[in-house]
Design a protein around this ligand. Structure first.
Ligand code: AMP
Length: 420
């Protein structure tokens, strides 16, 4: 595996998988948040700065075939503005024109290919009628897998080296995220700067953490986070649990949770987690008090109770003062912090205080020298909303990919390069 910083791209054509899956304004199709485009700039600049040329490929949204509203064209002006130069565009990533443009590309030039998901080959998931039998599904999938290889090989033919810098899709075994790497010699494939920094941040937390190490888990469901929690129990000193999943734990312990979110079929699992934490000497913190609403609405009437005394007709929608104080203290005394998932229904102003307080405590701990890693769309949104992105150590760009890596899973986009 080559390291991008050591590679000289002079006279080299690089095909780069980037993550330009950016949000677009529904009416104008203008890019509304260019964070992901900015994330790819260091890699693009390194390639063109060395005197190489970059062929960029990405997906946008979940098109079923060619759908103009998922075109990558709106990315073009934003990219041109950031790079300060013209960027070429090929409106069919695997068509004749793309191949011709790639061949004609000169040192320093950048070519953006149209959405790779306009081809079902990219994801390798056939679109079939609901009436299709299992046999038919299997046959279609096998056929598409063959076509996926051809598709990846065709794109690989545009360039001398392959660079993967799309962390957000690294957990997908798609044509341009993994399969394509097979069509290059081992010393011609590498990660871009973004994936490198994501891996560095995650490895620092998982394998090189300074103590105490505190993980803060929130969000709606225990079931979504169970694998992460189990893996973290082998690593952390403190595990803080908040958000909707709290109430499954509280009910499992015999508390009253009223109409709060609860996964009835996960009560046993919640007790097992509590037991495992004890066995592994992990201090597990659950909220002690709860801010409840009489309906799931920002206009709800509210009241605070002990977390295990939520009355019927009421729902626990955020952590309350005592919990905020306790959680903040634990966080501010930590040297390594991982945060995934909000502490309450933070989308509603009335129930956003807990999440904001945790974001601030993490920023304060970071100022005191802790390393903090924030992942998952909602936690990242909370950090950004409070203007704290510069006050934490690392904000991950890939929610799902980060979760899977942290769970201890192998990500196809990572293994394709590392050769594991
Ligand atoms: P996740 O995608 O699992 O991280 O969950 C995020 C969602 O959990 C957000 O949309 C929050 O509104 C929601 N959430 C957090 N706390 C609660 C709660 N106490 N009750 C219901 N939903 C919650």
């Amino acid at each position: 595996m080559k390291m991008i910083q050591d590679f000289d791209f002079k006279g080299i054509k690089a095909i780069v998988r980037v993550d330009f899956n950016v949000p677009l304004d529904k009416a104008t199709l203008a890019v509304t948040d260019d964070t992901r485009i900015r994330g790819a700039l260091p890699t693009i600049r390194k390639i063109t700065g060395d005197g190489g040329s970059a062929i960029l490929m990405s997906h946008l949204g979940r098109p079923q075939g060619v759908m103009p509203k998922y075109s990558l064209k709106p990315v073009l002006p934003v990219l041109e503005k950031h790079l300060g130069k013209k960027v070429l565009f090929a409106d069919d990533c695997a068509g004749e024109s793309a191949a011709t443009m790639a061949t004609a590309l000169k040192p320093g030039e950048v070519l953006l290919l149209e959405n790779v998901r306009f081809y079902p080959e990219e994801e390798g998931k056939p679109v079939l009628p609901e009436t299709a039998t299992d046999e038919e599904k299997k046959a279609a999938k096998a056929e598409l897998k063959v076509k996926q290889k051809e598709f990846a090989k065709r794109l690989a033919g545009y360039a001398d080296v392959y660079v993967n810098d799309a962390f957000g899709t690294a957990h997908r075994a798609h044509g341009t995220t993994a399969v394509i790497a097979d069509f290059f010699p081992k010393d011609k494939i590498m990660f871009g700067f973004l994936i490198n920094s994501e891996l560095e941040a995650m490895d620092k937390v998982l394998n090189n953490s300074q103590r105490p190490f505190t993980a803060i888990m929130g969000g709606a469901k225990v079931s979504d986070k169970i694998m992460l929690i189990e893996n973290l129990l082998n690593k952390v000193d403190n595990l803080i649990i908040g958000g909707g999943m709290t109430y499954t734990f509280i009910k499992a312990r015999g508390g009253r949770i009223g109409n709060s979110l609860c996964e009835e079929d996960k009560l046993g699992l919640a007790l097992e987690i509590l037991k495992k934490a004890e066995e592994k000497n992990v201090k597990l913190y659950l909220p002690v008090d709860s801010l409840n609403g009489n309906k799931f609405d920002n206009d709800a009437e509210t009241r605070v109770t002990a977390v295990d005394e939520v009355d019927d007709g009421w729902l626990g929608l955020d952590i309350a003062e005592k919990t905020i104080k306790q959680f903040s203290e634990v966080i501010e005394n930590s040297k390594t912090i991982l945060w995934n998932g909000p502490m309450g229904v933070f989308e509603m102003e009335k129930f956003s205080k807990g999440t904001t307080a945790i974001a601030k405590a993490i920023a304060a701990a970071t100022q005191k020298g802790a390393f903090s890693l924030i992942g998952g769309g909602d936690s990242v949104a909370a950090i950004n909303k409070n203007g704290l992105a510069d006050k934490v150590s690392y904000v991950s760009t890939g929610g799902g990919a980060m979760l899977e890596y942290m769970e201890g899973k192998k990500l196809p986009g990572i293994t394709a390069i590392r050769g594991e």
